[in-house]
Design a protein around this ligand. Structure first.
Ligand code: BTN
Length: 349
C-alpha cells in the first residue's frame, strides 16, 4: 500500500473501530470499550477526546459510560465505510480537511501504488481543477470533492468512456438521494433544471498501449447556497440545496456514490461501454435537441441523435451524420440558463 495512504489508514483505523463500537451499542462503559479495543481506559479517553475534536458529540455519564449523540457533518472514512455496499470503491479512503486538488492527491497515491478503488476526499480544495484548465469552486464543508484511483485493463483511447460511465453513476446516486430530474449533458456534466450540479474530470497516467492509472475526479455541489458561487456562475450553476430546498447528507451520499461507481464500472469492464448506452441516453438532456459543438477550434451544429457504442455523440448535421469524440456542447433553443461563464467552470453546462 502507498506510504501516504498507510499513515491515513492507520489513524483512521483506530477512530473507525471506536466509532463502530459506539454505533453498535447505545451505551458502552469505558471499561468495556477498553477491553474490546485492547487498550487502557486512559487511551480510550484520549481517543474519545480526539473524536470530539472532530465534531462527534459523545456524552459521558459516570454510571452508564459513553453514548454517541451525534455524528459531525464531515466526510470521515469510518462513517462512510460503515454504509458501504461496495467492496473495492471506498475500501481505502484518504481524508483531507484541505488539499489543493483531490485529483492531484489521488494521482500521487496512484503513483505510489494505491489499489483500485482508493478514494481521496477533501472538505475543501484550494486549487480544485475543472475540465479544460478551468477552476472548480470548492467551498469548505458543503459539497463533495472526490477522486477515485482506477486501474482499468483498457487501451488509453477508451479512457473517455470512463467519464461517460461515471456520469451515469453520479446521476444514479443523485436520483437515489431523492433528487428529481437529474439530467446528463454530454460528455459528463450532471444538470438540474438546466444548470450544472456536478462535473467530472478524469486524468490518465498511461503508456502508448496501456493505462497505468486513471484518476476519476467528481465534484458535486450539494449544500452550497447560490450566493457562495461567484457572480458569473449564478445563472448557470446550481446545487442540490438550491434546486430542491433540501440539504443532502454528505456521508450517505459519498457512500452511495462509491456503490454506484463500483456497479457502473464493473458493468463497463464486463460488457463494455455499449452496455451503458441505453441508460446514458435515457438520462441525457440532449437527445433530439439542436446543438452547437465546439470541437477545439472547429464548430459544428446539428440535431443530437444519441450516443454510439464507443461514447461518441451522434449528430444529424447539415452534411449528414457526424460523430463527435470531444467538445463543448450548447443547446441552441434549450435552457435559458445555458450560458458561458467567463472565468470559472462549476456552472458551465
Ligand atoms: C468539470 O469541469 O466539469 C470537472 C470538474 C471536476 C471537479 C472535481 S472536484 C474533485 C476533483 N478534484 C479536482 O481538482 N477536480 C475534481
Amino acid at each position: 500500500m502507498a506510504a501516504g495512504l498507510r499513515e491515513t489508514a492507520t489513524a483512521a483505523d483506530v477512530t473507525a473501530r471506536i466509532v463502530r463500537v459506539l454505533h453498535q451499542q447505545p451505551e458502552v462503559s469505558g471499561v468495556e470499550l477498553a477491553r474490546t479495543l485492547g487498550m487502557s481506559r486512559a487511551a480510550v479517553w484520549k481517543h474519545i477526546e480526539q473524536l470530539r475534536a472532530l465534531g462527534y458529540d459523545i456524552e459521558a455519564q459516570q454510571a452508564r459510560g459513553y453514548r454517541l449523540a451525534a455524528v459531525p457533518d464531515r466526510l470521515l472514512p469510518g462513517e462512510i465505510q460503515r454504509r458501504l455496499h461496495a467492496t473495492r470503491f471506498g475500501a481505502e479512503i484518504a481524508y483531507r480537511a484541505e488539499t489543493a486538488s483531490t485529483n492531484e492527491e489521488a494521482a500521487r497515491l496512484a503513483r505510489a501504488g494505491a489499489p483500485e478503488g482508493t478514494l481521496v476526499l477533501a472538505e475543501h480544495q484550494t486549487a480544485g481543477r475543472g475540465r479544460l484548465g478551468r477552476h472548480w469552486v470548492s467551498p469548505r464543508h458543503t459539497n463533495l470533492y472526490a477522486s477515485f484511483v482506477l486501474r482499468p485493463p483498457i487501451p488509453p483511447g477508451a479512457a473517455p468512456q470512463i467519464s461517460l460511465a461515471a456520469a451515469v453513476a453520479v446521476a444514479r446516486a443523485l436520483t437515489a438521494a431523492g433528487v428529481p430530474d437529474v439530467a446528463i449533458k454530454w460528455p459528463n456534466d450532471c444538470l438540474l433544471a438546466g444548470r450544472k450540479v456536478a462535473g467530472i474530470l478524469t486524468e490518465m497516467d498511461a503508456e502508448v498501449d496501456r493505462v497505468r492509472a486513471i484518476v476519476l475526479g467528481i465534484g458535486v455541489n450539494l449544500n452550497m447556497s447560490l450566493k457562495a458561487f461567484p457572480a458569473e456562475l449564478r445563472e448557470t450553476a446550481t446545487s442540490v440545496l438550491h434546486a430542491t430546498g433540501r440539504r443532502t447528507d454528505r456521508i450517505a451520499f459519498a457512500a452511495a456514490l462509491c456503490d454506484t461507481i463500483e456497479e457502473v464500472y464493473d458493468r463497463f469492464l464486463e460488457a463494455g461501454f455499449g452496455a451503458l448506452v441505453t441508460e446514458w441516453e435515457t438520462r441525457s438532456c440532449l437527445t433530439g435537441r439542436v446543438v452547437t459543438v465546439d470541437c477545439g477550434g472547429r464548430r459544428t451544429a446539428g440535431t443530437v441523435r444519441g450516443l454510439d457504442q464507443d461514447g461518441r455523440l451522434v449528430l444529424d448535421g447539415s452534411h449528414g451524420e457526424e460523430r463527435i469524440v470531444a467538445g463543448d456542447v450548447s443547446i441552441v433553443d434549450g435552457y435559458a440558463a445555458v450560458r458561458r461563464p467567463r472565468a470559472r467552470d462549476n456552472g458551465r453546462p
